[in-house]
Write a protein that binds this ligand. Sequence first.
Ligand SMILES: *Cc1c(COP(=O)(O)O)cnc(C)c1O
Length: 428
Amino acid sequence: MELKQLYEEMGISPMVLKYGQNIEKELKSRFEVIDETAEYNQMKVIQAMQKARISDVHFAATTGYGYNDLGRDALEDVYAYTFHGESALVRPQLISGTHALHVALSGNLRPGDELLSPVGKPYDTLEEVIGIRQSVGSLKEYGVIYRQVDLLADGSFDYDGIRQAINERTKLITIQRSKGYATRPTLSVDKIGQLISFVKAIKPDVICMVDNCYGEFVERQEPTDVGADMIVGSLIKNPGGGLAPIGGYIVGKQECIDRASYRLSAPGLGKEVGASLGLNQSFFQGLFLSPTVVAGALKGAVFAANVYERLGFSVVPDSTQSRHDIIQAVTFGTPKGVIAFCQGIQAAAPVDSFVTPEPWDMPGYDAPVIMAAGAFVQGSSIELSADAPIKPPYAVYFQGGLTWYHAKLGILKSLQNLLDQHIIHTLA
Ligand SMILES: *Cc1c(COP(=O)(O)O)cnc(C)c1O
């Protein structure tokens, strides 16, 4: 059977396939650059694993308190080496990105301290962590003051505003690398470095934390290479490589990581406890695969930008812009467009392809959210997934794909869906 016929059996018409193939051909040189970055990052990870002398003893399971968990300790060394930090906390007990961020923030802030976001509103779930939106147990309830300086209209830093916002109580600044559910640009590691230098010139002892979610291995350097004191992320996004079934990480300065560890377990216990429950092999192997998995996801994002921009939809980043995370936003302008797109992504999945996603009121979000995911790991967004809050401008945020071929199928399927539902009429 020819490939074209196989695609047709999977619901992709020859016209949609041809449209996609033409775009793919034009993206050859961009895909090459993505592959070169993956090669560089693959070497970083292997070098880190060799330096930590990883062997199969590190894959053994521990239970109970988890004292002397060799695999856990070695995994944390590998993360620290890979991301050029002094120390790391990489645990299944960090149950999500939000949790890891909460542990990093609450471990390092004390009552009366100020937390500053110089890059505008943080990711939705952090609003309740910080207390921007009323919530029980927020940092605000513990006496942490929050300040925010928005980006300027062109997406650049408001340096004057930031200078004015920093004062003697400013303890920690939080910089979100990825756009999250916003249509602002994602920050490059270079830009993050400039911001950190600016802030540290005003107040050298301020802790600079970067929410690194979706950014890992997209570039050759990470925020820890440009002055970040802590980077934080989720293992069911980039660095888990699709294999980690749970987990989060914090990498950075020894004292920041230690303080976070006393918050995660208990004062006095810190990093010494926390059984790895047999998950170490998945964590190691996932990190090992992550650079190539991220490359596949990036190709999908670039492909989607090109597919939808040509059809007249606004896309962030646009078809030619450089990439600093794996997320692609496409603005459809109507709930119908968003829903059709997400349902197409779902229909392309290896798992739960027969399910039809619908918008629902998800905890932590202020509007109904539709999520498409046919994932091996529930909620994993390094796997091909799309989500959209059902509110203007009706943009869908699309990310992941453990392989480029799967990402490609998902995008073609979404396009087919939009055509079949007459949301778009022709492929120009
Ligand atoms: C996903 C994400 C988070 C939260 O991670 P969860 O694992 O979903 O809790 C925080 N910040 C950013 C930028 C993210 O993309």
